[in-house]
Design a protein around this ligand. Structure first.
Ligand SMILES: [Zn+2]
Length: 429
């Protein structure tokens, strides 16, 4: 994203962070000391690149020193909105927002929902939430404003059918779903030939990667328009898919950068780590914060009329690590590449997948595939496309499932799990 377009808002949040927020105030970085005296005025683009980066681990370690002193009283009175996200190590990261900043940061998304998909804040929608009481078997629901949430714990086909009928009764116009939940719903609707939800016409996907096969399946079965929304609790919305199918950065809400592994800006169009600076969260300002995803900017004008930068996400989080035959850590992204290549050859026959590393040289691969495609063929294509010589000879056990359900503790389908005890692992560089 072009820095100079955002310079005033970046200077404002920078000044706020470095003058009111203990974590940043304690910084004795040379460049920070240099511009501190000048009131955090950024003269040129390269000035911004000298501002230190922030990691998720910093929040885990320093917690409330990320709260601005201007909001400390609200924080202590528990009047800030609190949301949490789980890091790769399972540690929860607590994020705080003032209610007004949170509402302001959601505005651009609402405006775009309306502009592209004619969705208004008063249109009913449904979503799934992670179970809070494990072991409950009844359908639990929650109603918040114009939305009804359904509990995601203990899902099976029978429960999904029940939920679907409850949804029909509620008659929402749209859904917010993780792709794994969309795939499950489409599957039961198709399998049991369930009636459609009369008003349903749009599904917003977020939280997991959306494989093309899943997208096609949901669009075909549920007759809806699908859009990807890329966001996180730390920032709210980061990018949103327009009517032309491109993911535009939410430039009113956040400033996005793509940096290489050394924290330097990548060349135009190159893939790298995504770093986000909030433009709206003044209670807990996060500056140049590594979100844990990878992506690239696409230098292209879009016919939708939105001139905000287009980005492409590399599928999946980059914070899970595979340990190869030599004991070296390698990014689990190798499996995404493998699935993507296999899907290209077998016409998107893989709907869902999950790879588990049990120990060095031993993996399980759980797959949901198109029934009409021979499983044996997928198995051999997967192994052929793994291309990782340091994993060669590994025992890979394939399991084919009718469905894969999200992990009930995190509410997501984790596509890679390393069961080895990665105690020293904290490689979210
Ligand atoms: Zn567009």
């Amino acid at each position: 994203m072009k820095i100079m377009n955002k310079i005033n808002r970046l200077e404002r949040i920078l000044h706020h962070a470095y003058t009111t927020t203990p974590f940043y105030m304690d910084s004795d970085d040379d460049y920070i000391n240099d511009i501190r005296g000048k009131g955090f005025v950024l003269k040129e683009e390269s000035d911004w690149e000298k501002i230190p980066l922030t990691k998720k681990e910093d929040i885990v370690l320093h917690k409330d020193s990320f709260i601005s002193s201007h909001y400390l009283s609200l924080y202590l009175q528990e009047k800030l909105l609190q949301v949490s996200t789980s890091g790769s190590t399972g540690k929860c990261v607590e994020i705080y927002w003032s209610k007004s900043d949170n509402n302001r940061s959601l505005m651009p998304l609402w405006l775009k929902r309306k502009r592209y998909y004619q969705i208004n804040p008063h249109d009913r929608h449904c979503y799934f939430y992670t179970g809070r009481k494990l072991g409950e078997t009844d359908i639990e629901t929650e109603d918040i404003g114009y939305a009804r949430g359904f509990c995601k714990s203990n899902l099976n086909e029978k429960k999904l059918v029940q939920i679907w009928y409850e949804m029909i009764a509620y008659n929402p116009i749209w859904f917010v779903l993780q792709p794994s939940m969309g795939a499950l719903l489409a599957k039961v609707v198709e399998t049991y030939n369930l009636p459609m939800i009369p008003n349903l016409r749009y599904i917003e996907m977020s939280g997991e990667m959306l494989l093309p096969a899943v997208r096609e399946q949901i669009e075909r079965v549920l007759h809806v328009r699908i859009a990807n929304q890329y966001g996180c609790v730390e920032m709210n919305s980061i990018a949103y898919e327009c009517s032309e199918g491109y993911l535009h950065c939410m430039e009113e809400n956040v400033f996005t950068e793509i940096l290489d592994d050394d924290g330097k800006a990548v060349s135009e169009g190159e893939e790298g780590n995504i770093y986000i600076t909030t433009l709206l969260n003044y209670a807990m300002p996060l500056i140049r914060y590594q979100i844990g995803d990878r992506g690239r900017f696409v230098n292209q004008r879009c016919d939708c009329g939105n001139h905000e930068t287009i980005m492409e996400l590399s599928n999946g989080r980059n914070n899970d690590w595979v340990i190869d035959n030599n004991g070296e850590y390698i990014n689990a992204y190798i499996f995404i590449r493998c699935i993507t290549n296999t899907n290209i050859i077998c016409e998107n026959a893989i709907y869902q997948f999950q790879v588990i590393q049990h120990e060095i040289g031993r993996f399980s691969v759980n797959l949901v595939i198109d029934d009409e495609f021979p499983a044996e063929k997928i198995r051999s294509l997967f192994l052929e496309n793994l291309w990782q010589t340091s994993l060669s000879g590994a025992a890979v056990h394939f399991n084919f499932h009718p469905n894969l359900y999200p992990d009930s503790s995190i509410g997501k389908l984790k596509w890679f799990i390393n069961e080895m005890n990665l105690t020293e692992i904290n490689r979210e560089e």
